[in-house]
Structures are given as structure tokens and as C-alpha cells.
Design a protein around this ligand. Structure first.
Ligand SMILES: NC(=O)c1ccc[n+]([C@@H]2O[C@H](COP(=O)([O-])OP(=O)(O)OC[C@H]3O[C@@H](n4cnc5c(N)ncnc54)[C@H](OP(=O)(O)O)[C@@H]3O)[C@@H](O)[C@H]2O)c1
Length: 359
């Protein structure tokens, strides 16, 4: 497989640090450029990150002394050195939209973890096992942007990363209604217990903007390309409540689901067990071998025990049973900064690379 030079924009942040560690020994992607805000630019990665390093493994040796560039002022310089960039920055939504488009127009494809472009109609929002066909919209986006190579592709929000994979293979039974309550880790807010001590022994019943994302994003993922746009699916009807819980990593969801044609429990378990997507077929380096793992034990999946399954790229489910109001209920879990953020971004980039979108 061809080698690609890549950049990480927002390299000093929580998601950026995950990208750095995931890409340290990546078989296809070689980190050539690290960029962040003007506050960090000009410093080495180690200096700029300082005591903000939040990963359990040390700063990658080969990135320690790389000099950070300014993500906005150095767009041309960065774009000329890489085949594409990952982007995860904490900026205003309109600033992120403009920044990502500027990279695309400088012919540098962007694989983004930010929410800014998730509802831009010609920007694919891809969970590689579920809607890899949405990459077919990229030529239309390039036409709008006036680019030959540049485009933006995004990954979905971390909250939907557990229940959408579990629901997807069941779509053939006609899912009509979904109720999901998510119990989300503090790393989803870029925090640790050291930096957010108020979360120790606490639960906060509100995460700004999260319920709207959790209800709307699945409909784009399940949508269809019509002309030059991805048109959202009209069903199922989804309602959510998203809570912040005192867990370091791993978002759990408690899900209730109603079908047009109710399947048997055995059918659901069989579909979960056999669910394979394009990443498994193509044997992409970050793809989990088994995407959905079902636990028979009543007290699983647990965030602490199961979030790192298959390098944090698999989804775990458990407690599938019939419900008195809906047809079924179950619990699911995914690692929010791995599958839900940087790992999902790397898998999407692997799919794009394999399909030739960076060439
Ligand atoms: N954490 C998660 O689990 C998660 C999951 C999915 C998506 N996301 C999304 O990923 C993005 C980053 O999240 P995070 O948790 O990594 O945030 P974070 O830890 O606060 O990091 C923010 C990053 O943005 C950079 N930045 C801030 N202002 C900038 C500017 N004006 N120009 C260029 N870079 C700038 C920071 O650089 P400096 O260090 O120089 O300030 C830092 O690298 C957000 O859009 C978030 O919604 C996060």
C-alpha cells in the first residue's frame, strides 16, 4: 500500500493527542506536520503540550521535537507538505467551517472530527461499516469547491457511535421508533478528573447540543445521495437524553426500539454477530475483526472493562430483552475518543486512502 504524508490540525488537544498516538506506527500514514492555535505555533510539540498530555502512553518520540505550525496562518505551507490532514479543533463553528474549506481549496483533503460541516449537504458523514457509499458525493463537493483533489469528509458525533452500529443491521425489520439515553464520559468534553474535579461523585444531566446531534446525525448517516446532496432518512423517529457521568472514557447508551416487523431475539443476535462492513472486507488496518460484540452476562458491557475491546474500535452490546412498551431494549458501549473520535477518523481515512481519494 502507498504511503501518505499527513498533518494533524489541533494536535495539542485531546482528540489531536489521540491522533498522534494512533498514527505513531501507522502502516500507511506518516505524520509530517502538527498544527494548532497561534498560542502553540513555533513551539515544539512537547513544549506546547506541556502538562496537558492526557494519553496513558508517552508523547510519540518522533513527534516530540516537531515545531508546531499555525493552523490558520500556515494553510498553504501545511497543504504543500501533506497528502491530507486530520482536523479536531476547538473554535467557533463558522471559523471551523471556513478553516476546513480553506484547506480543501488549497487541495488538502480534510478528515474532520468537528461538527461544523456535518450537515453540509455534500459533505459525507461516514461510519465506514455503515455508509461507505456516501463517499460517492465527493466529486459533487469538489465541483462546488472548484477543487481537483481537496474535499472535506467528516465522522459523526461520538454519542451515536454505539447505538447506530447496533441498530443498523436491524433496519431491514423497519425500525420506526428509537429512544436512547446516553451516559457520556468526561473525555468527550476534552477533560480528565484532574481538570474537571466537579465530575467526581457527580452526574450532569445536560450536554450542550448533544441531544440534537444524537437525534439528527443518524438520519444523515442512513440518508441517500440524491443529485448533488445527501438527503436525510425520514425514519426512524429518534428521541434522546444525554447525561455526563463520572467515567473517564467510554460512552454507554440504553436503547429502546420499536419495529414495523418485530424480529426474534435470536435473529437480532445473529445479525449482530455476522455484521461485517467494507472495513472488515478490505481488512483496513484499524478495523475491528468483530464490529459488534454481544455479552451474555447481565452486568456487561461495562465502561471500564469493555471500552478498549479491539483497540477501542469495536462496539459492545448486552442486556437484549423484550420491553413492555417498546419491542426490545438493550445497552451498548463504545470508546468515545477511539471509535467515537480519532480512531473513527483514522478508519475513515484508511477507507478514503484505499478508495484512492487522496491520490
Ligand atoms: N473529545 C472527544 O471525545 C471528541 C469527540 C468527537 C469530536 N470532538 C471534537 O473534536 C474537536 C476537538 O475536541 P478536543 O476535545 O480535542 O478539544 P481540546 O482538547 O480543547 O483541543 C482543542 C484544539 O484546538 C486547537 N485550537 C484552539 N483554537 C484554535 C485556533 N484558533 N486555531 C487553531 N487551533 C486552535 C487547540 O490548540 P492550542 O493547544 O494551541 O490551543 C487544540 O489543539 C472539537 O470540535 C470536538 O467537538 C471531540
Amino acid at each position: 500500500m502507498k504511503q501518505y504524508n499527513v498533518g494533524i490540525i489541533g494536535a495539542t488537544g485531546m482528540v489531536g493527542q489521540r491522533f498522534a498516538t494512533l498514527l505513531e506506527n501507522h502502516p500507511w500514514f506518516n505524520v509530517k506536520v502538527l498544527a494548532a492555535s497561534p498560542r502553540s505555533a513555533g513551539q515544539t510539540y512537547q513544549q506546547a503540550v506541556g502538562n496537558r498530555w492526557k494519553m496513558t502512553t508517552p508523547i510519540p518520540e518522533k513527534m516530540k521535537d516537531m515545531i508546531l505550525l499555525d493552523a490558520t496562518a500556515d494553510i498553504e505551507k501545511i497543504s504543500s507538505q501533506v497528502d491530507f490532514c486530520f482536523c479536531a479543533v476547538d473554535m467557533k463553528k463558522d471559523e471551523i467551517k471556513a478553516l476546513e474549506e480553506a484547506y480543501a481549496k488549497a487541495e488538502c483533503p480534510i478528515v474532520s472530527n468537528n461538527s461544523a460541516h456535518r450537515f453540509t449537504p455534500d459533505v459525507p458523514m461516514v461510519v465506514p461499516e455503515i455508509n461507505p457509499d456516501h463517499l460517492d458525493i465527493i466529486p459533487a463537493q469538489r465541483k462546488r469547491l472548484g477543487t481537483k483533489k481537496g474535499f472535506i469528509a467528516v465522522k459523526s458525533n461520538c454519542s451515536i457511535q454505539s447505538y447506530v452500529p447496533a441498530l443498523h443491521p436491524l433496519m431491514k425489520f423497519g425500525i420506526t421508533e428509537v429512544l436512547a439515553c446516553t451516559y457520556q464520559a468526561i473525555s468527550g468534553a476534552g477533560k480528565t478528573f484532574e481538570t474537571w474535579s466537579e465530575m467526581i461523585d457527580n452526574l450532569i444531566p445536560y450536554i450542550g447540543g448533544e441531544e440534537e446531534k444524537s437525534e439528527q446525525e443518524p438520519l444523515k448517516v442512513w440518508g441517500n445521495i440524491v443529485g448533488d446532496e445527501i438527503v436525510k432518512a425520514e425514519t426512524p423517529s429518534i428521541t434522546t437524553q444525554c447525561l455526563r457521568v463520572p467515567v473517564s472514557d467510554g460512552h454507554t447508551a440504553a436503547v429502546f426500539v420499536r419495529f414495523k416487523n418485530k424480529p426474534s431475539k435470536e435473529e437480532i443476535l445473529e445479525l449482530w454477530k455476522n455484521f461485517k462492513g467494507v472495513p472488515q472486507e478490505l481488512n483496513l488496518p484499524s478495523a475491528p475483526k468483530q464490529f459488534i460484540h454481544y455479552f451474555e452476562e447481565n452486568d456487561r458491557p461495562q465502561a471500564k472493562l469493555d471500552r478498549n475491546l479491539e483497540n477501542g474500535m469495536a462496539v459492545s452490546t448486552g442486556r437484549l430483552r423484550e420491553d413492555t412498551q417498546y419491542d426490545y431494549k438493550f445497552v451498548c458501549l463504545s470508546h468515545n475518543t477511539l471509535r467515537g473520535a480519532a480512531g473513527g477518523g483514522v478508519l475513515l481515512a484508511e477507507l478514503l486512502a484505499k478508495k484512492g481519494y487522496f491520490d
